[in-house]
Design a protein around this ligand. Structure first.
Ligand code: MOS
Length: 721
C-alpha cells in the first residue's frame, strides 16, 4: 500500500493547477457562447463591450484570433474557435473578451449583442434516428461486421433458429464530463515562445496541437501540467480556453488567463453521446448463445467528430457466439461536441448488452452468472487470437461468494417496506498501450529521477512512476523522484485508454535496464574503481570481487554529475499473438421503496482481473470512482436538451450526480494475474473498467427487486411507478 505522492500537495492547496498560475501583467479572458443551436452569426455588436472598463480586446468571427485546425493521428481534427460564423450548437464559443480583471471581462461579455440567422436545429437523438449515417470505422472495425457459422445465411436465420430469443431496445443519456477542475489555461509568451499552463491528458500532445494552431514551431510551445483536476477523456484535446488564451497572449503581449465557468464547461467542452441500442439474442435452452445482434445509434456533433462505439466496444468481443452481427450508426445533431469519456463505447454499450443478457437469463429461468459462464469466450468471436489471460470465471466465483449471491432469489425479496434485489454484470475493457519514452537519471546522492511528459489526471501515474522506477532500479521507491506533465520531458503520450501504467511502466523498465548497463560498464572502465573487473548490480549497488559501492558513491568517485538514459516502448509483436483485455464481475444490491419507489443502492462489489496491480491503494480508488460513476449513470446523470438546443440542466444545481449518501461502502477485489504477454510490467489497465457493467448491474438489481425492466438510463422514480 502506497499513498499517492501528490496527495499532501493536493489536499493542502499547494498543488498548482493551470488556472492557479499568475504572472505580472496577467489579464483575463472570458468566453462568449452562442444562444442558438444552429445558424449563422449575422453580426456581433461589440462597441459597448470594447468601451467597458478595463477591456483590452474583443475577439469574434468578425475579428478573430488566427488559429489553424490541429490534427493528431490519435485524436483526429481538433476544433478551434472563432474561425467562421457557423453556429452548430447552443453554447458554442463565438467570442472572447480580454480585460484587466475577470469581472471586467465577464461584464463586458454580457454587453456583446449577437444577431443570428437561425436555421432549424435537430437536437434529439430519437428525432434524428431516421437521418442516421454509417459511422466511420472504429477500433479497426468498419460500420458493420458480421461473423456467421458455416452454412448460416444471415443473422436473422440464426436468430429464427434459436429456441429462446430476447429482442429489446435500450437507450442511454448524454452525459457531461464535469471534471472537478474546469477547463482553463494561463498563457505566457516569452523570448523562447509560449508557456501554457492548462490541464490535459498529455503535455506533448497539447504542445503539438498548440504549435499547429498557432503556426509556430513545436519547440516554441512549452505545455506544463503537473496537476490535472480530472480528465476522463475530456481533456484529451486542447480546450477552447487554451487556444484562445495562447493566441490572445501573443497578440496582446500580456499573459492571459482563461477559465470556463462551471456552466460553460457543459457546452464549451465535450461530453458523452446519447445512444440507442437494439439487441437481439438467440439461445439454446441450455443457455448457449447462438446469435447476437447489436445495432447502435449514437449522437454525434454536426462536425461528426466523435463516435461512441457501443457495438464495437462490447458485443464484438464479449461472448462466445457462433453468429454475430453488429452495426454502428451516428446521428449528427446540433448538440455540444461529444468525445471520449471513461470507457467510451463500453460504458453505455455494457448497459445494453448486460441488461439483455439478464433478460435472457430471466427468459431461460437460469442464473445470470451461470448464463455468462456458459458463454465465456476464449477469444473474441471470429478472431483466432486467444485472450492472453482471462480470469473472468474466477471473478464471478469469488464475487458470488463475497457478495452472498447464493441468497439471491429470482423474485428478489422484501425487507419491511423495501423491495430488495441483486444484480450482476460482466465488465471488460481492452488492455492497450501507447508508445512512450521515459528518461531515467541516476544521481550522485543515490536518488534517481524518472521523467516523462505524460499526465497524471488524478489516476496515480506519478506514484506509479516512482514504484516501477524503484523496482526496475532495485532501490526503494522513496529514492525515485518522478516527474511528468511537461512537454519538454520525453514524450509519454496520453493518459487515456487505461494505458498509462503499461505504456510508461514498460518504458521505465527498458530505461532502467539501460541505466544499470551503463553504470556497470562505467564501473569497470579503465581508471574506474572496478577497472577490468566483472561488475554486477543489485540493490542500488555495483559489486565486484567482494567490494561494493552504491551508484551514488560510484558517480562521486568518477566525478560524474549523473547517468541519464531514455527508454522507449510501443505495442509490437504481441498484437499478432493474442487478444488483450481486462475483465471484471460487478455486483450490486438495490432497495426500492414499495410506496415512494425511491431507489437506493445498498451494496456494491467489483472483482477484477486487470493483470498486475502496481499500487493497491490507488487501484482501488480508481475502481471505486468508476463504480460510483456507473451508479451515477444508472440513477443520476443525464443532460436534458431542450428543443432549442439549450441544456435544461447544464449546471451542478440540476445535473444530478451522487453524493456520499447515495453510495454505500464499495467493495473491490482484484484477482491478480500479471499479464506479461501484454507488456513487461504485467498491468492490463484499471482506468476505465470500473465503470463498465455497473449501470447494468444496477438495472438488473432493480428488475430483481421490482420485476420492472427499465431499458434506459438514468432510471428514475417515475419508471417504477
Ligand atoms: Mo479515457 S476516455 O481513455 O481518457
Amino acid at each position: 500500500m502506497t499513498s499517492r505522492l501528490d496527495g499532501p500537495l493536493k489536499v493542502t492547496g499547494r498543488a498548482e493547477y493551470g488556472a492557479d498560475h499568475n504572472f505580472p501583467g496577467l489579464v483575463h479572458g472570458y468566453v462568449v457562447l452562442s444562444t442558438i443551436a444552429h445558424g449563422e452569426i449575422e453580426a456581433m455588436e461589440v462597441t459597448a463591450a470594447k468601451g467597458a472598463p478595463g477591456v483590452l480586446a474583443v475577439y469574434s468571427p468578425f475579428d478573430p484570433l488566427e488559429l489553424r485546425t490541429p490534427a493528431t493521428a490519435f485524436l483526429g481534427d481538433t476544433w478551434v474557435p472563432l474561425q467562421d460564423k457557423e453556429v452548430a450548437y447552443y453554447g458554442q464559443p463565438i467570442g472572447f473578451v480580454v480585460a484587466e480583471t475577470y469581472e471586467q471581462a465577464r461584464d463586458a461579455a454580457m454587453l456583446v449583442a449577437v444577431t443570428y440567422r437561425a436555421r432549424p436545429a435537430l437536437t434529439s437523438l430519437q428525432d434524428g434516428l431516421a437521418s442516421a449515417e454509417d459511422a466511420p470505422a472504429s477500433r479497426g472495425v468498419p460500420a458493420s461486421l458480421e461473423v456467421l457459422a458455416p452454412g448460416v445465411e444471415s443473422i436473422e436465420d440464426a436468430l429464427a433458429a434459436s429456441p429462446v430469443v430476447v429482442d429489446a431496445t435500450y437507450s442511454t443519456a448524454t452525459q457531461n464530463h464535469a471534471a472537478m477542475e474546469p477547463h482553463s489555461a494561463v498563457a505566457v509568451w516569452g523570448p523562447d515562445g509560449l508557456t501554457i499552463h492548462s490541464g490535459n491528458q498529455g503535455s506533448d500532445i497539447q504542445a503539438a496541437e498548440l504549435a499547429t494552431a498557432l503556426d509556430t514551431k513545436p519547440s516554441e510551445v512549452h505545455a506544463v501540467n503537473p496537476f490535472v483536476g480530472g480528465a476522463f477523456g475530456g481533456k484529451g484535446r486542447t480546450s477552447t480556453p487554451a487556444f484562445l488564451a495562447a493566441a490572445a497572449a501573443r497578440v496582446l503581449d500580456r499573459p492571459v488567463k482563461a477559465a470556463l465557468s462551471r456552466e460553460q464547461v457543459f457546452t464549451a467542452t465535450a461530453g458523452r453521446a446519447a445512444t440507442v441500442q437494439k439487441i437481439s439474442l438467440g439461445a439454446e435452452h441450455d443457455g448457449t448463445l447462438n446469435a447476437l445482434r447489436h445495432d447502435s445509434w449514437c449522437s454525434t456533433p454536426a462536425d461528426r467528430s466523435f463516435v461512441e462505439p457501443t457495438s464495437h466496444g462490447t458485443s464484438r468481443e464479449w461472448y462466445a457466439t457462433r453468429n454475430l452481427a453488429i452495426s454502428q450508426k451516428m446521428v449528427p445533431l446540433n448538440i455540444p461536441p461529444t468525445t471520449f469519456m471513461r470507457a467510451p463505447g463500453e460504458a453505455p454499450g455494457s448497459f445494453a448488452l448486460e441488461s439483455a443478457i439478464d433478460e435472457l437469463a430471466v427468459a431461460l429461468a437460469m442464473d445470470p452468472i451461470e448464463l455468462r459462464q456458459r458463454n465465456n469466450s476464449n477469444a473474441p468471436p471470429g478472431n483466432d487470437l486467444q485472450w492472453s489471460s482471462k480470469h473472468l470465471d474466477e471473478c464471478f466465483r469469488v464475487g458470488a461468494a463475497r457478495f452472498g449471491w447464493a441468497d439471491r432469489s429470482p423474485q428478489g425479496r422484501t425487507d419491511g417496506d423495501w423491495l430488495v434485489g441483486m444484480g450482476t454484470a460482466t465488465a471488460m475493457f481492452p488492455a492497450l498501450r501507447f508508445p512512450a519514452t521515459v528518461e531515467v537519471t541516476l544521481l550522485p546522492d543515490d536518488t534517481a529521477v524518472v521523467a516523462t511528459s505524460g499526465a497524471d489526471p488524478g489516476t496515480g501515474l506519478l506514484t506509479v512512476l516512482s514504484l516501477v522506477g524503484g523496482e526496475s532500479l532495485d532501490i526503494s521507491p522513496d529514492r525515485v523522484v518522478p516527474r511528468l506533465g511537461d512537454s519538454t520531458l520525453p514524450p509519454g503520450g496520453m493518459s487515456g485508454g487505461s494505458t498509462a501504467t503499461a505504456s510508461a511502466g514498460s518504458a521505465i523498465m527498458i530505461a532502467a535496464a539501460k541505466a544499470i548497463d551503463d553504470l556497470v560498464k562505467l564501473a569497470a572502465a579503465p581508471g574506474a574503481p572496478f577497472a577490468g573487473e566483472d561488475v554486477s548490480y543489485a540493490d542500488g549497488r555495483v559489486f565486484a570481487e567482494g567490494r561494493t559501492m552504491t551508484f551514488g558513491e560510484l558517480l562521486r568517485a568518477l566525478n560524474r554529475p549523473s547517468i541519464s538514459v531514455t527508454g522507449s516502448s510501443a505495442p509490437g509483436e504481441e498484437l499478432t499473438k493474442h487478444s488483450f483485455s481486462s475483465f471484471g464481475a460487478q455486483f450490486c444490491e438495490v432497495r426500492v421503496h414499495k410506496w415512494t419507489r425511491e431507489i437506493r443502492v445498498s451494496r456494491m462489489l467489483g472483482v477484477f482481473d486487470a493483470g498486475r496491480i502496481i499500487n493497491s491503494t490507488a487501484a482501488r480508488s480508481q475502481i471505486v470512482g468508476g463504480m460510483i460513476w456507473g451508479v451515477s449513470a444508472a440513477l443520476h446523470e443525464g443532460l436534458e436538451i431542450e428543443a432549442n438546443g439549450r441544456l435544461a440542466n447544464g449546471d451542478f444545481a440540476s445535473y444530478l450526480i451522487p453524493v456520499n449518501a447515495d453510495i454505500p461502502e464499495v467493495d473491490v477485489h482484484f484477482v491478480e494475474y500479471p499479464d506479461t504477454l501484454h507488456n513487461p510490467v504485467g498491468a492490463k489497465g484499471i482506468g476505465e473498467i470500473g465503470t463498465v457493467g455497473m449501470a447494468a448491474a444496477v438495472a438488473n438489481a432493480v428488475h430483481n427487486a421490482t420485476g420492472i425492466r427499465v431499458r434506459h438510463i438514468p432510471i428514475q422514480i417515475e419508471d417504477l411507478l
